[in-house]
Structure formats: C-alpha cells, structure tokens
Design a protein around this ligand. Structure first.
Ligand SMILES: CC/C=C\CC(=O)SCCNC(=O)CCNC(=O)[C@H](O)C(C)(C)COP(=O)(O)OP(=O)(O)OC[C@H]1O[C@@H](n2cnc3c(N)ncnc32)[C@H](O)[C@@H]1OP(=O)(O)O
Length: 713
C-alpha cells in the first residue's frame, strides 16, 4: 500500500509501504493511484514527492505475484498516471530503485538520489525485460548505448554513476526525502510538460545500427540460449520509434518472455538463492535458532590459486587476514598476486585497496590469535590432516577450523583435532574471489554455531552459501561424477568430444564437459583416482562389476593433461593455449580403443547425449536428496547454477527435471538402464519413483517427500 501526507505546506508526500523492499504489489500499485489522485485533487498541493518506507525506494514489481493471475491496476498505466500529472513529481530514491521501482522513478519528472542508493533494471535476470516502459524511457533519457548496457546486464548503478549518466538530477548525502521536498518546493511553479521522458526523442547517435548489431552479437554469445537478453536489445531498438509504438513492441516482447518457461526458471532461481540461507541440519539445528560468531581475524593456509582468492575475498569483506605459506618463493609470488588482485578490485569498486588488512607469514604461529582458519593446501588427505593436527595444538579455544576441500571427508579432518565441533568444510570455487558459490559442509560433529559462522562469513564475502552434508564430493562434485562418466561412455560408444560438447553448449552450459575438463586439467581427477588405488596402465572397462571408462586415465598416461600441456581431449597451438581444435590423434586413439575392446561405433544423436549426461546427473541429485546431503532441491539447483555453469534460464537440474516431467525422466532412465545394466548411475533412484507415483508434485513440494536428513559417508 502507500501512505499520504502533506508536508511543508504544499508538498504531497507519497510513501510506498510494503516491507522489506516496497515491492510494487497490487496493493502498492492501487495505493499509488489513490494517493496520486489525492495529491492532484488537493488544491493546496503544488508538487509531489514519492519515496519508499524505511530507507528503500522500491525493489520493483512483486515477483511473487508473477505466478498467479495479476490483480489490481497494471504498472504501465500507474506510471503513465504519474508522468502525465499536472503537478511536478519528484522521486526520492534511497536504498534501491530496481526494475519497476526505477521505471516508476522514470515516470516522475525529477529524481533525487541518496549517494548510497543503487539503481538498475535487473529484469533480465528474471527472464524478463523492463516491461513497464523502462526499455522505452531509459534510452530516451540517457541514450541508447548506456541504456543497452544497463538493461542487458541488469547491473546496479551507483548514485554517482547515475548522476553522470543523467539518470538522476541530484545526489545527496543528507536526508533524501527532506532534500526531495525542498526540491519539490523549488519546482512547484514549473510545468512538468518538458520533463515527461515519454515525449523526449531518442538521443541522436551517429551509428545506431552498428551499436545494436555489436550489442546483439555480444548478448547472443553470452546468452547461451536465454531469450531475455535478446528481447531486451530488441525492446531498446524500438525506443527509436514513436513512444506509443515502442511501448507496443515492449508489450509484445514482454508477453512472450512472461509466458516462457525461462522466466519461471529464473524467478525460481531468485527465490532459491534466498531459500538456501534458511539452512537446517539433521540434528534439527536451523538458521533462525543459531547465532553466528563474528569473524574479525582469519588465517588462510596455503597460497596456491585457491588460497589467494580466498584471502582476497576475506579482505574485501573487511576481515583482517594472515596469509600463510611455507614456501618462501611461493609466499612472495602470492603477496604480489594478492596485492594486485586487491588493487584491481578496489579500482573497480572506486575505493582504496585495503592492503593493510593482510599480512603474510611463513609459519603457522599466527594461528594462535585468529577467530577462524581456512586451510587451502593441496587436495591431499594426509597433508590436510597434518595441518589440522598442528592447528588443533596452536589455536586458542573457540577458533573455527575450516577446510577448503572439494570433496574430502570433513569428519576425518575433524577427528585430528581436539575440537571436532568447530570443524567445517568451506568448498570455494575458482576463482574464489569472483565465484558466488560456497558449499559449507557440516560433518557429523560440526556444531550449529560453526555452520552458522561459516554461512555468515560466506555471505559477508558476497557469496551464496549452501549448507550440505558430508559425503564424497559433497553435492556439486558428487553429481558431476555420473555426468562425466556418461560423456566418457558416449565416446566409447561412438561419439566425439566435439559433438558431446556442442550438444551441452547448445543446452546452455558455458563449456561442454570435454572443454571444461581440458581447462581444469585431466590430471586433477586422475591423481585422486590413483590415490584411491587405480592401477597404472590398466584399461579394463569393468571395475568391481560396474562399467568404468579408462579413457581419461589413458590420456593422462600419455601426458595429455588438457590446456596446460597443449593436448587433452582437444589439441591447442601451445601449452596453455585456449583455442580447442579437434585432434585427429584422439580419433585414432578412440578407434583403436574400440577395436581393442570389441566395440562398434554407432551413431549417437543429440537427444541421447543430453538425456544420458543430464538425467544421470539429475538422478544423482535425487539420491543426494534421498540421503539428506542436501536439504531440498533449491540447494542443489543453486549449487549447479552458481558453481557449475548450469544455465540459469533452465533453473537448475532439479527444476529442469520437473520441467521435463518426472515421469519422462524416470522412463528414459529406465530405458537407458535396461540398455546399460552395468552403469548403476542410470538406475532410477527411489525418490524419483516415489515422486512419480505421487503424481509428480512441483519442485517446491518435494521437501514433503524427503526423510529427515542425516550425514552420510
Ligand atoms: C511489468 C513488470 C514490471 C517490472 C518488472 C520488475 O520489476 S521485476 C523485479 C525487478 N526487481 C528485482 O529484480 C530486484 C530483486 N531484489 C533484489 O535484487 C534484492 O532483493 C534487493 C532489493 C537488492 C535487496 O537485497 P537484500 O540482500 O537486502 O535482501 P534480499 O534479497 O534477501 O530480499 C529480502 C526479501 O525481499 C524479497 N524480495 C526482494 N525483492 C523482491 C521483489 N521484487 N518481489 C518480491 N519479493 C522480493 C526477497 O525474496 C527476500 O524475501 P525472502 O522471503 O527471504 O525470499
């Protein structure tokens, strides 16, 4: 809803009131209409200010309303009503003006922003476009190139940048509403006629065609099949037409997006990202019943790529860091690298680099005086255990001990310490100062407070933290295994790496499985498999009664580790090269392999690649839910979108399973398992069967079918 009062004698003040972000629900839209009527019919009122309750202008349309039939007045006429008002209307922007919130501000005749406010049109992240006139008014106000940038990236603009762009008229450090009221008084006698953005022509640009072509090309490349970014460009292109025609085009494009499955997927992802913050543990411990401990000082042990990124993320979050590395040369290199990462980051954010927040050490002693340690040494259990033993002896009581591991047993590490309750896994993703995902892994003895502290620290670092149980590979890497396996089996059966990658990239992954494997290095998994007892030079296709593909191992035995060696599943022009080219050697190798094992290459189609790779991955997701390793499908989906480049417009693997239809997924898995009975990951899991028998409920209802979770190894 909206509140109305008359202030300073002649200013009508309308306050949007819908905590926490004053989203434009039906009641708020109706409130704006009613309060505008009141202000315009009050003879004493000469000008109007619109502001938001509690220091937040408006977070946009109420996204929750998108899933049911719209009620109340539509936002477009509400904004038109504001713009066409005969009295000047000023937007007082504090906190955020996003989406429909900024569109409402664009309907006002003047915009005053607080210096800390953020403005943006992030609809593209919800699978939409700014469909309440934003795609038409913004380019008219700030020009096509700047509008295209803001609309297609959905990024938030600071008040300072908004002022530079001409998006706001004034920026203030003082009370924004008071300033806006003063401003409204000063323009009370002026006609708003010349301030109506819908009447502006689109500013001239010498080569608009080239601008649109360039942006469209970039957007299509980045979009990976997402419809919204492309529609955003098309909508802005319509801003060069007369306003009414542009609005009609915006409406048509919006209607297509609105009913697309993609918008549903991205809106699900928006709420899923927030839902994972409400974590729970098998013991019944929960986010709202556990207080995290504030971390002022942390230590990072091991300054390889991960340790460096983690140090930077901590410093940028305002935590004092001791970065430790025993190898002096590595320590010096790390210091240089971390300083330049901090400087680059600070430059991007327009602040001073916090170089004084970090100090370096070549020994473990400073661990005695920190609140939390993140161990980020090489992924080797024996080495990590040694570090945890040392930490246990050194740290003061209450210090949280965290391991940046991508899949090792957190309970084993905890058992090396005197305080297993303070031990958790913190699985960062590379580059750790950039990637938004953090898996927080609780072991069987981790205390709720340790989990809450790691979750909160992740949030402070700007990450979306997901609490997961302790099992091999946790959630993300555990699901990756059957996915990779299927890709290897498909090669054995007749596919090529290029074809498998092409299918997965068309689906929307940033990189197909083989290009990704070349980038991250084939040797990483090989070393883990060898540590698990993989015999050298052995190419058997059946291990412990199950199908096994030795292809990756055989490539590693040839020194083909991927990009870093210039050869892997593809060939590169040099070690470290990035352009993947099909390698005739690999074709020959695959043919020989098939002959050696009596395999006849068959034609594998697009559908089989997708179904076998993705359904095997989803099936593991159902098992993870069944085992209680993830608390709900949202947790898995957030992990896959933020950490494994699953296309956001497909929601995540569990959401996608629901979109495809659980019955179909089950049938196809049954079919493939019948064809390949020696591949256990294709055997449909019980939870999937149970959901199908229960009529395939929507993904939001799956939690009702899950047993009480428990930590499992
Ligand atoms: C014709 C169509 C016209 C217009 C289309 C649109 O306007 S689409 C909406 C465009 N707006 C956005 O995309 C903004 C989305 N919100 C945010 O980015 C952040 O929430 C925000 C505003 C920056 C605040 O961030 P903060 O970290 O402070 O809070 P949090 O994200 O946890 O949100 C708090 C709770 O508010 C809920 N919420 C936020 N925005 C909306 C919204 N637009 N509609 C409905 N609900 C919203 C959010 O879900 C949180 O609630 P929770 O119960 O925890 O899920």
């Amino acid at each position: 809803m909206a509140q109305y009062s008359r202030v300073s004698g002649t200013v009508g003040l309308i306050t949007l009131l819908n905590p926490p972000v004053n989203a434009l629900s039906a009641a708020v839209r109706q409130g704006i209409v009613d309060m505008m009527d009141k202000a315009l019919s009050d003879r004493k009122v000469k000008s109007v200010v619109i502001c938001g309750h509690n220091g937040k202008f408006c977070g946009g349309a109420d996204i929750r309303e998108f899933s049911s039939p719209l009620t109340g007045p539509l936002l477009i006429p509400v904004i038109q009503g504001v713009e066409s008002a005969a009295k000047p209307v000023v937007a007082a922007i504090e906190g955020v003006a996003l989406g429909g919130g900024l569109e409402l501000a664009l309907g006002c005749h003047y915009r005053i922003a607080h210096s800390k406010a953020r403005l943006g049109l992030p609809e593209v992240h919800l699978g939409l476009l700014p469909g309440a006139g934003g795609s038409q008014r913004l380019p008219r106000l700030i020009g096509v190139p700047a509008a295209l940038d803001i609309i297609t990236t959905g990024r938030h603009v600071t008040a300072a940048e908004a002022l530079k762009l001409g998006l706001v008229d004034r920026v203030t450090d003082r009370n924004t509403v008071d300033e806006a009221v003063k401003f409204a008084l000063s323009v009370a006698d002026q006609s708003p006629q010349s301030r109506r953005i819908s009447t502006f022509p689109c500013p001239h640009h010498p080569d608009l065609d080239a601008v649109f072509e360039g942006v469209m090309q970039r957007v299509r490349q980045r979009a990976r099949g997402a419809l919204a970014p492309v529609a955003c460009v098309q909508a802005v292109a319509a801003a060069t037409l007369p306003f009414a025609q542009g609005m009609e085009r915006e409406r048509e494009l919006m209607a297509t997006l609105f009913t697309s499955g993609q918008a549903r997927a991205q809106q699900y992802h928006f709420f899923a990202q927030r839902a994972v913050g409400r974590w729970s543990m098998p013991s019944g411990a929960r986010w709202d019943k556990t207080k995290p401990v504030a971390v002022h000082k942390a230590m990072v042990i091991g300054l390889g790529t991960m340790g460096r990124g983690i140090s930077v993320a901590l410093v940028q979050a305002g935590v004092s860091v001791v970065a430790m590395e025993t190898n002096e040369k590595q320590l010096m290199d790390a210091k240089q690298a971390i300083s330049s990462m901090l400087e680059r980051g600070a430059k991007r954010r327009g602040v001073a680099p916090a170089l004084d927040k970090i100090r370096y050490s070549s020994d473990m002693q400073p661990a005695a005086d920190v609140d939390l340690v993140i161990e980020a040494v090489f992924e080797d259990m024996a080495l990590k255990k040694k570090v945890f033993q040392q930490l246990s002896a050194l740290c003061k009581p209450g210090t949280f001990l965290c391991s940046n591991t991508s899949g090792l047993d957190v309970d084993q590490l905890a058992s090396e310490t005197r305080t297993p309750e303070l031990v958790v896994g913190m699985h960062f993703f590379a580059p750790a100062h950039v990637m938004k995902l953090l898996e927080v892994v609780y072991g069987s003895r981790s205390s709720p407070q340790a989990v809450a502290t790691a979750m909160e620290l992740g949030k402070q670092m700007g990450k979306v933290s997901v609490a997961v149980g302790n099992c091999r590979g946790f959630v993300g890497n555990r699901m990756l295994k059957p996915y990779l396996e299927q890709a290897f089996f498909l090669l054995e059966e007749g596919a090529t790496p290029e074809f498998v990658d092409q299918v997965l990239e068309e689906f929307g992954f940033a990189m197909g499985v083989f290009r990704m494997s070349d980038l991250s290095g084939l040797d990483v998994g090989w070393r883990v498999r060898k540590a698990d007892g993989l015999p050298d030079g052995h190419s058997a296709r059946i291990r412990q009664g199950c199908r096994y593909s030795p292809l990756g191992d055989l490539l590693c035995e040839q020194g083909r580790f991927g990009q870093k060696t210039g050869r892997g599943w593809y060939q590169y022009d040099k070690p470290g090269g990035q352009v993947a080219k099909p390698d005739p050697w690999l074709q020959d190798f695959l043919e020989k392999f098939r002959t050696q094992h009596g395999l006849v290459a068959r034609r594998i189609d697009h559908q089989e690649v997708l179904e076998r790779c993705l359904y095997a991955l989803m099936n593991e997701g159902f098992r993870i839910l069944e085992d209680g390793i993830a608390a709900g499908p949202e947790d898995i989906d957030v992990i896959y979108v933020l950490g494994y480049s699953w296309p956001p417009h497909r929601g995540g693997p569990m959401f996608y399973a629901a979109m495809v239809g659980l019955k179909k997924v089950l049938e196809r898995l049954e079919h493939y398992h019948q064809e390949h009975p020696d591949i256990p990951s294709l055997k449909p899991c019980n939870l999937l069967r149970k959901l199908v028998v229960s009529g395939s409920p929507p993904v939001q209802k799956w939690r009702e079918f899950l047993q009480k979770p428990q930590s499992q190894l």
